[in-house]
Write a protein that binds this ligand. Sequence first.
Ligand SMILES: C[S@@+](CC[C@H](N)C(=O)[O-])C[C@H]1O[C@@H](n2cnc3c(N)ncnc32)[C@H](O)[C@@H]1O
Length: 350
Amino acid sequence: MQFILFVGANNTLAAEEVSVQIKKATQIYPNIYRFEMDSIDEAKKIADRLGCSIKLAVLLDGIHPDAKSVSKEIKAKNFSLTLLGKQENTNKLHQEVKDSLERGRFVIPKDEFGVSPVINKKHKIDEFFMDLDNDQVWQTIWVHNFQHWIRKDRHMPHIDPHAGMLPPKIARSMVNLVPLTPEGKTLVDPFCGSGRVLVEAAEIGYKIAGVDIIANQAQDTVENLAALNFSGKIEVLDATHLSDKFSNIDAIVTEPFLGKSKFRPDEIRYIVPGLEKLYLGCLKDWLRVLKPGGYVVMVFPWFNDGKKVYKTSEIIDGKLNLSYNHVKRGIFYSRPEADVKREIVVLQKK
Ligand SMILES: C[S@@+](CC[C@H](N)C(=O)[O-])C[C@H]1O[C@@H](n2cnc3c(N)ncnc32)[C@H](O)[C@@H]1O
């Protein structure tokens, strides 16, 4: 069966997550991917697992993108039609379908993604994407569980917007860059903060563990996990000493300490060496923590003081080259106007 997946616009992170998790997915429009799978259940399962997924639609076999054919497919009271990948006005098309239906109400889509998931769920809309060029019609079969994502973002026991917490969907996408099936595998976040990465890893089935150098943060992680009925070994520890307490780990996924949140451009050249030393210390220690073939997914900040761009990920080009394969570099998720650009790097222990 053929499916299309609509994803959130997270620069290169969404593209990478899709390519790791869905074999042979092809991008057909910006933020729209097409793929094949044996069943609707299987496609929904993968859509549920991804952090970037917003909406999933299935190809309706033998249905043509004209008012008559589409109207026969409408079962709900409300319907909505979007021209796939296009932001064209569809008022006339909606009216034609309504006329041949003789009942029902239509909802005009918001953009080329169709109606928002909130509207889709609230009004129980039968939603279709028409592809006139390829003579195809797709029907929405799944939208992301926005209530749950909002809960994890805003209504956990410990939320600190100033601590630079990862948005849950970004944390989920980072976890999904590990090309492993989670069942029976252990994932550690050595800078666990309030536990965003660990919540996402636990939700897709990893066994989890974490450390933070600050006791309060470790406690926040324990309580945030408990709010969703998850638990794991959470310790107060310096990330460069992870091997004191952990071994035989399948994956490390982390947004490490990225430096103080407010700084002047002229401070950057003093900040960067300290961070580089920390990251190098971690990556060396984690060689003793990871299984052979184990993965590291880690954020590296890029700073720009107006004269030079400091790419902290360049530390992996030194001696560490002997110990880690560079699986992927240059995945970005920050907005262009952000002070610190974040590069996600995927490494594999040799
Ligand atoms: C960027 S935050 C991680 C945020 C986390 N991803 C979240 O969304 O909740 C970095 C965390 O690293 C911790 N930290 C700083 N230096 C550390 C070190 N050397 N070892 C372990 N944790 C450290 C800080 O206390 C902070 O909680």
